[in-house]
Design a protein around this ligand. Sequence first.
Ligand code: VGL
Ligand code: ZN
Length: 194
Amino acid sequence: MKTSLDQHDALLVVDVQRDFLPGGSLAVPGGDAVVPVLNRYLGLARGRGLTILASRDWHPENHCSFRARGGTWPEHCVAGGAGAAFAPGLELPPDAVIVSKATGSETDAYSAFEGTGLARRLRERGVKRLLIGGLATDYCVLNTVRDALKEGFQVLLLEDAIRAVDVKPGDGERAEREMREAGAVPATLEDFAP
Ligand code: VGL
Ligand code: ZN
């Protein structure tokens, strides 16, 4: 049985930004591989007139998550910089809703729902179910999926369009298991009617 999509569905592309691709400052192994797959999902979503959203990590230069400030990560996704740009070749439509997160210097946010008003914006559009893919499985995808479910949205987790940082081996697999146990339904391109 193929899953059909309707106007209560939206596609959320999480943090597919240059710094998270191979060659970027916080490269996710194989991160570039999600781009062509997400483009297929973007094509499906456009064809059905779905709302398309793209979140982005959008940090000030002195962000608290950066090592220079005692944080965990190398400098990445500085607002307006080259590394914060969406991945080259990612075919976001001009009317995609851009969700910028962790924009203040003193707070980090892995979830696209944190401090962005995203839940309200989705409800205003009548969205009930989110198709979620992007980077990274074990950080921003995980936290976004957790919050989506907590906020009462159904989640289709696009398993062919996510990749993990895997700081510890197995982090990505553990994150996927946690998301499924929390109620996210795994899906791949073959599950959708063309
Ligand atoms: C992310 C680490 C730091 C992510 C963002 O988008 O998964 N990971 N900031
Ligand atoms: Zn970040």
